[in-house]
Design a protein around this ligand. Sequence first.
Ligand SMILES: Cc1cc2nc3c(=O)[nH]c(=O)nc-3n(C[C@H](O)[C@H](O)[C@H](O)COP(=O)(O)O)c2cc1C
Length: 322
Amino acid sequence: MNIGNLNIDGNLFSAPLAGISDSVFRTLCREYGASATVSEMVSAQGLKFSDKKTRKYLFFTDKERPIGIQLFGPDPDSALRGLEKALEVNPDFIDFNLGCPVRKVIKQGSGAALLQNPELAAEIIKTMVKNSPIPVTAKMRSGWDSSSIVFPELSLRLQDVGVSAIFIHPRTVAQGFCGEADRGLVCRTKPKLKVPVIYSGDIRSPGDAGDVVEHTGSDGIMIGRAAMGDPSIFHRVRQFFETGEIIPAPTPPEKIDMLLDHHARVKDRYGDDFTVKYMRKFIVWYTHQLPRKSELRRELFNLSDCGEVITRLKEYRSSLAS
Ligand SMILES: Cc1cc2nc3c(=O)[nH]c(=O)nc-3n(C[C@H](O)[C@H](O)[C@H](O)COP(=O)(O)O)c2cc1C
């Protein structure tokens, strides 16, 4: 598919996931078959003020390409300053966040707060498009609540000011992650748009991915939570889209192998101390539905050394195989 002048081999995107979709995670998603990746959201204001920690979020390697850097900010000026900094690392596209429901982000007028001010949202995107040599995309929720659904109107506005694609998670801010995502809304809006629409929300299997495309007409799909403990979902969805074949989900020993691989890559990138704590959330996700998972997690969380964690995981893997 094309996003502006950027050609992407396939239509599967790994979702921006704050605190999760770092360079290592994105590389895994891409290796398993994601067609493109998106960074976790990066504060345009933090970049504007050259905050060192914020700049770290811009790190990526060529293995993650095509990659979009996702920015968030409250106004055209911060967005523009953030854009200039983000362009320095040479990403393939820039995405702008119009959907983050986190209180701290909304309080500063960013993320989903902009759904309540479509004019300002369009002004921000217009400024970014005007000043960006690479495509600018937007990722949004459907609206603030069920009485203020803005996706149909706002997506057209953004298209008018030059956005190259729209990622839509069709839940309102009020819904959080609960209730039904509104596929019908995407289905009704999609024919009115010329730019690609990429659907995000609750895609957990090749079947879900196929259903979403069939029932919404979306040009692509984005996967977030289902990849957190199983990045190989991209392989299964890609295989299904390309051949119709349904590949079985990884077996428990395969899950542990994937976890060990993820662990080793994080250790290489960040070192031992960081890895032991950082990997705990991934341990929970990778071991979801595995036998004796509570006992295993309890043991692993008591360890403070990467070598011990690896040894225990290998022992557990052997116990599964036997
Ligand atoms: C822990 C977490 C962090 C997220 N961080 C971001 C983010 O930084 N930017 C963004 O646009 N969406 C973010 N999202 C939303 C996801 O990108 C995605 O749209 C949503 O989770 C629905 O897709 P899923 O059901 O495949 O996870 C986040 C979601 C979760 C659960």
